[in-house]
Design a protein around this ligand. Sequence first.
Ligand SMILES: Cc1cc2nc3c(=O)[nH]c(=O)nc-3n(C[C@H](O)[C@H](O)[C@H](O)COP(=O)(O)OP(=O)(O)OC[C@H]3O[C@@H](n4cnc5c(N)ncnc54)[C@H](O)[C@@H]3O)c2cc1C
Length: 495
Amino acid sequence: MSKAIICSCEDVTADDVRHALAKGYHDVESVKRYTGFGTGICQGKSCLSAVAALVAKEGPLKSPGILPFTPRPPLYPTELSLFASMPVEESQPPVGGVPQELGVFPQALRPTTELPQKAKVVIIGGGVMGLALAYNLSLRGEKDVVVLERGYLCAGASGRNGGGVRMQWGTASNIELAKRSIDLMKQFARDLGINVWLRQGGYLFLTRTEAVAKRLERNVALHNKHGVPTRIITAGAAREIVPGLTLKGVISASYNPEDGVMFPWAFLWGYAQHCLKKGIRVETYTNVTGFDISEGQIRKVKTDRGDIACEQVVLAAGAWSPEIAQLAGVKLPNEPHRHEILSTEPLKPFLGPLVSVLDSGLYFSQSMRGEIVGGMGDPHEPAGLNMGSTLRFTARFSQALTEQLPQVGHVKVLRQWAGCYDVTPDNNPVLGRTPGLDNLLQMSGFVGHGFMMAPAVAERMAAWMVTDEDDELFQRFNLRRFSSGRLEREDMIIG
Ligand SMILES: Cc1cc2nc3c(=O)[nH]c(=O)nc-3n(C[C@H](O)[C@H](O)[C@H](O)COP(=O)(O)OP(=O)(O)OC[C@H]3O[C@@H](n4cnc5c(N)ncnc54)[C@H](O)[C@@H]3O)c2cc1C
């Protein structure tokens, strides 16, 4: 036993690192996410080498597998007001940013164990969707499942999101899915034995134009019809919920006290640990490279560690789904779009809800650790799998945030990062069987809300797969809709 502190910012001990190694998190990126080391004020500057040395000494990975985690800008904690003073050329498209994310994970990280030669179900993508589905399949007695993940768990959007969970949607399907998800999240800690730091502090949407205000009013009526207690409030009433808001340009708002925020990493660990306990293989650092197909069925999934024969394949690779579908000759309409996000130093609790200005796509909330976590979409962001961080984002976000909440101008940004929304033409997912390739099941296209939809979608998908009973969800959001043009557009998208 060693209580020796190895990361003083986040109180991570040498034993915490050993615990992560014992759980199977052998590389530094995974240990960072499992223990939280390196996410505090110094951003790993004082602890990274000590953790890497411990991982090298006591873990199974040896050099060159011991790589430091990807550093995040800014280099030093920097005040939001300084970023807000940077000029932004709004008409220009954003640049690539730093760091240029690892397109390929080093071979040294690849597990040396054999992959199973066959499995009933192969799930491609170890994000929240793939892991939640594997978990739900196990609850229904289906354990002959392998999850393939090309990087570490949390490498995709599921480890990079804002953790927002809300019932305020524009369509009945999404309202119902989110309601069910939040119910499941409330019992997640009890069911899976891990604290996911769910806090139902509400979501406060602000609007600045008549058109958006009207849309919000219409949507709130729909929420109420589905038993969600959202209410339209005045700008003044919004200030009572979040004192200090300037509400510059704001004409109306909506508030649902039952929405909230949650800590993404713990959610993934919970699902993954449960899968492993049930004997489901979760194979990280394993890249899907192709398929063996005959007579309208996928027979084998090919990977850089060998092939797996299977009965069903689930494509749950988020923003990477189109490129993987292409390997099977299937065209998905999804497009990846970078979304940037940042986190500040921790503050005492002062902010109840997640606040979002619908018109600009600004959003910010306070995590249970006290950090302000927020982002803002960029209308000029081109499609592409880009996960670099830009100064332009930090400047735009800081300007928009301090315009609404000037009191946080002195607060320092600790780190910024980016992930990709997996965007479909109607902002709804692609689910169900692939036309012409019967045993390829689609589970992608969750735009900026897949994290909160995963528990409910995965629950229904597992039931549908195991019982083969019809579920309208897999018809409604089938790939076929894009050719028939029967699209039901979701308009409550942030960013
Ligand atoms: C900045 C940002 C903020 C967001 N905020 C929210 C929010 O507040 N609330 C919310 O609900 N949602 C939010 N989202 C969206 C949410 O994160 C996603 O919808 C969700 O995480 C998608 O999960 P997924 O499992 O489909 O994809 P991912 O989590 O991206 O998982 C896909 C996985 O597939 C793996 N993969 C790719 N190619 C291969 C291959 N060839 N072989 C094997 N594996 C492969 C990837 O490494 C990845 O881990 C946000 C997203 C971003 C980027």
